[in-house]
Structures are given as C-alpha cells and as structure tokens.
Write a protein that binds this ligand. Structure first.
Ligand SMILES: [Zn+2]
Length: 249
C-alpha cells in the first residue's frame, strides 16, 4: 500500500520513455512528474508515503474518533464543556508552547479523560524543512512540556500540517512515536462557512474514521455542536486514538 503510487508512476514513466525514445522533453516531463508525486506524498498524509501513519480504525461498528489539533487555546474550555455534556472522549494533539500558555486547560483535558498527543513544541512553519536533529528536538521538547504540565506521557504524534518526509520519519522512529493522521479533514482553519465544514465532515464519514478538527475557533465549536447532533442521530459512537496503537518499546 505504502509505495504503490510510486511504483505505478515508475512503470508509467518508463512506458513513456520507451514509447517516445527518450527526447529531452520526455525526460524533463518525467522528472517533473516524479517531483510532483514526491511533493504530493509529503503533504497528503492519507497516502502514507514516507511514514506509516494511522489514518483510520478497522472496525465493523459505527464509531469515529474526534481529534483536535493546535490547542490548548482560549476556545478549548468551551470544547471541553460540550464534550463533557455529551460524555464524549476525544484526542487532543497539543502544541508545547500552547500548553505553557494554557496549563490549566491542558490539565483539565487530562482530568476529564481525553487522550493527549504530541503536536511538536513550536509547530514551526518550517516543519517540512527541519533537520532530523531539529525535528527530534521539536518532538522531545513537546514531550517534556506534556509531562511537566500534565504529568503524563504520550506515544501519539501528529505531524504539523500533516507533512511527512524522510527526516520526519526518522525523528518519529527515533522518539518511538506512533504517527497519527486522519481520513476526514474538515479544513476548519481555512473555510469560513460552518455549514460547508460540517458537510465536508459528515459526507466523508465512515466506520472507523479519524476526524481532524482544531480547537482554535468559535467557528469549529459551532461545527462541533452540529457534528455531535449528527453523530447521535446516525448512532455513531466514538473512540480515542490511543486505543488503536500497540505501544512501541
Ligand atoms: Zn497543527
């Protein structure tokens, strides 16, 4: 599964080279196609191109995982209130620097039984371009913040922006993390229309889906209100991501 796209493209490109007997433009075209696939592989986590990432649960029952990235923030307490009212446990992938800003909210997530994952210390915009050692530092500093403020450890790691590449793959192995992706993306950070976000999530929902949301805005809170009603109506239960992984020793 992991490299199937690479293999298909490799065969496809060789066929083109064979068919056109190797003019310069054919080679250039092939090079650009190949680069395109590698870049696509870096950004689309569901392809699992570089890192063996968990993107869903294999299950026969109607259950999904709610995951929230980039918190804790000033909005997180509202999310926690809503989840508590509905007796739902979610998975929060926290940024170290945000934990330092909102330590009490972070502790509340843990006290209320939610799963915690590492989302790096600083969520650097350059995440895709960091060296292996810098990447390891980002993950380890995130771990330190989680244990210092929450007195817990986590084996879960979610790559910022869903970006994976060979350096990030090595850092994930080195820090013994399980890479956690998603197969339902809400685009709640870029879309302004709440109805559109909700529709995108509910349309793509399947048994075992892992849903990516962000506890960073009022807008996503409003979407979550509607989403929980939808899940109840459609008789979906929820699971937390830590229930999926075998611990790495
Ligand atoms: Zn993020």
């Amino acid at each position: 599964m992991k490299h199937y796209i690479f293999i298909i493209f490799y065969i496809f490109l060789n066929l083109i080279i064979y068919a056109f007997q190797g003019s310069f433009w054919v080679y250039l075209f092939c090079f650009l196609m190949f680069s395109g696939v590698v870049i696509w592989g870096s950004f689309d986590i569901t392809l699992r191109y570089f890192v063996n990432t968990v993107t869903q649960k294999r299950t026969k029952i109607k259950e999904v995982a709610l995951t929230f990235d980039d918190g804790p923030t000033e909005f997180t307490p509202k999310f926690l209130d809503l989840l508590k009212e509905n007796n739902i446990k979610a998975t929060f992938f926290c940024i170290g620097q945000q934990i330092e800003k909102y330590p009490e909210t972070f502790r509340r997530m843990i006290e209320e039984g939610h799963s915690i994952g590492n989302h790096t210390y600083s969520h650097s915009d350059n995440t895709g371009f960091l060296s292996i050692s810098k990447m390891i530092e980002e993950i380890e500093k995130g771990d330190q913040t989680i244990s210092e403020f929450g007195n817990v450890t986590t084996h879960l790691y979610r790559p910022p922006f869903g970006v994976t590449n060979p350096n990030i793959a090595k850092a994930i192995n080195n820090t013994k993390k399980n890479s956690i992706g998603w197969n339902v993306r809400s685009f709640d950070t870029v879309t302004t229309d709440e109805k559109k976000i909700l529709r995108r999530v509910t349309k793509g929902l399947k048994k075992g889906s892992i849903i990516l949301l962000h506890d960073t805005s009022e807008k996503t809170y409003n979407v979550l209100v509607e989403l929980l009603l939808f899940l109840e109506r459609e008789k979906y239960s929820t699971f937390t991501v830590d229930s999926l992984i075998k611990l790495k020793k």
